[in-house]
Design a protein around this ligand. Sequence first.
Ligand code: CTP
Length: 447
Amino acid sequence: MARLLLGVSGGIAAYKALETARLAVKAGHAVRVIQTPTSERFVGAASFQALTGAPVLTSEFEPDPARGSYPGEPPPARAPISHLALVARAELYLIAPASANTLAKLAHGHADNLLSSAALAAPCPVAVAPAMNNRMYAHPATQANLELLAARGVTVIRPDDGELASHDEYGIGRLSSPAALLAACESLLSADLAGAEGVAPRGPLSGVRVLVSAGGTREPIDSVRFIGNRSSGRMGFALATEAVRRGAEVTVVAANVGLDSPAGLSRLDVNTAAELEAVCARELEASDVVLMTAAVADFRPARPVEHKLKKDSGAPATLELEPTADILAGLTARRRPGQVIVGFAAEHGAGTLEHGRDKLARKALDAIVVNDISRPGVGFEAAENAVTILTADGVRRDVQRTSKRLIAHAVLDEVQRLRAIGESPTPTTNGPHGGAARAGARSAARV
Ligand code: CTP
């Protein structure tokens, strides 16, 4: 069940947005609605309010009575500073119907109403469902706008072919049915693009090969016992899911992950640090991006026993350990130009960022995603996280506590920025590590 933000723009098909909202609520989603002023000429806010059980927003200047909360959540004690709190918390922003005018505004970054401002500020996946007259839909301007949006990772839910609103007019331009819109949203939320009728599985990472390591390694003591860690693999799987959604070819190396695989990727299972190292080394050459979320044991028993140690034989006096290889440092040492390699560091308490910066430099990474696991409710085994992304070209980006899905979104945005810098023809400092990061194209706050 997800927080779904529905943006409704002007057009006769706005009546189908009511049914879409109704079906989404019935399916258990928490739905909030933003309407453009024109859409209110077709359907009234009162209908959406009744169906969603929440106020409808139309203007940047009206405070949200629900203070950015979704149905089923308590409103925060203080009103959020921004009118964009609603989109900041959405897990998916569906704009349906998306009129030709709204698509043009979205494609060119206009922010002249709440719907378009929210689209610019959306940290979550955005989907648009065009609906208009067939000649307007076929016009090269509309098609170019849709191309532009799709290339930026916006999912386009194609309109249907058939009878149009004007008498005796037929063609492509009918808004997809409410059931199909909901199915597309649910597929997007689970990244099962293959299952969504009419959804184009294209995105900004089309053709990019992404290697993700997930979970935690286990180092055997004997044939049944091991030294392990608490990593569940959720962060790695969230990243893999989001990379698939953006069109990437994804391989996940899963170290002891008990989760079902997200759809649309290859999964290779491993147990120990040595196995993880061997698979990552083999896959490196064929990868454009490496996201190393796995928690790797730094030490392993030097002489694991092949059978089961028996209690009757007495406890061993000592357990001799030997260091494992630093897999990530090994990968960056053998990288080829243009590869983006990202590390993850779970640190405890004071000095979190300093340790992160140290690892960024020591392991010659393009970026490191650092989190403080001493904070309650985030990190290992939790559904949420709060991280700081540090990059070799000096950017620091803080992502406040949120779902691992939205953390994955922020990390992949940063990967895309680093790839874009790596591909740019401008002379480069190549960052401190000769990686993809270059000076001169910085978009976020400096460290
Ligand atoms: N890592 C690795 N191989 C190891 C240890 C860590 O590839 N033997 C990777 C992790 O997957 C992660 C990054 O390095 O992406 C940082 O992991 P962390 O355990 O924080 O780094 P360590 O070098 O082990 O530092 P620490 O001294 O804090 O344990």
